[in-house]
Design a protein around this ligand. Sequence first.
Ligand code: FAD
Length: 316
Amino acid sequence: MRPLREGLLILSRSRALKRLVTTLPVSSSVVRSYVPGERVDDVVRAVTRLAEQGLHATVDHLGEDTTDVEQAEAAVAAYAELLKQLSAHGLSHRAEVSVKLTAIGLALPDEAAPGGGFKIALENARAICRAARNAGTTVTLDMEDHHWTDATLAILRELRKDFPETGAVLQAYLHRTEADCRDLAYEGSRVRLCKGAYDEPADVAWTDPADVDRSYVRCLKVLLAGQGYPMIATHDPRLIEIAASLASRYGRAQGTYEYQMLFGIRPLEQQRLAEAGETVRVYVPYGTEWYGYLMRRLAERPRNLSFFLTSLVSKK
Ligand SMILES: Cc1cc2nc3c(=O)[nH]c(=O)nc-3n(C[C@H](O)[C@H](O)[C@H](O)COP(=O)(O)OP(=O)(O)OC[C@H]3O[C@@H](n4cnc5c(N)ncnc54)[C@H](O)[C@@H]3O)c2cc1C
């Protein structure tokens, strides 16, 4: 299974395949199962439905690896509009936003502006944090591949000076993450722990799934024993069970941590946890740039690939 996963993750970076695949109507069943739609209206409807089921949301305006300043600015404008709509529909207490820093300029070259991509992404992230605060909600910075880990955490530190509510994401597959968890397990610090979705080399990451799971549990212990607000992002039934018993071992009351899952994945489990009194937040991506996101989801579950290929072949 591993070579297939690696292949799909390499294809997630292919611009040629992206051009071909994105001609597929978004209503194609596989895309639709992970992405509720391309427009703000679609995502507002999806968040409203989740709220009716007692679930929270974190909304991602899809996009990554932005190649010009205008595209980065367009992403910021899209977040501003999204936050305005969430507030107008009374959803701010239920929904925050997730942001990929490469979608708002982190990967831009030094020539793009003084200070380069780092400065552009920081200023753009600040604008989104301000819009989120005005709307009565928060921002979480998604974590991308390991080339961006240091820059993302540096931007997080800057943002938290003015917006301490800004959330971070740490990936259990990276060797460094247990130490990063220790650094970020302080009061008020919201940290999403996930396994990690990119194809990473063995010198920086565990590649055996059992090692990733063991690392996840070690990181979870650090976060649950610490003073911060852990966001346990996994669909893995065994890890969810372990998280529940660790939460009780460390005296964590419900609401001092939360579970997070992706839109369309294990919805019954999302419901079960919410009905048991847990805070459950669903990551809801929307927009036209769904290709990279979809390929990472297929890589996690290659058995979905056959449905996807069928819809590709049968496209008009
Ligand atoms: C809220 C949230 C935010 C995330 N943010 C980031 C981020 O910022 N950076 C990052 O690198 N990664 C992120 N991820 C992705 C994460 O790193 C994993 O790639 C993903 O969650 C799959 O890992 P898992 O823990 O669910 O375990 P797995 O072992 O992959 O899956 C466990 C079980 O979940 C179900 N499942 C998992 N994936 C799928 C799928 N695609 N389709 C159908 N069923 C599936 C299956 O039943 C599977 O057996 C995020 C995940 C979540 C839930």
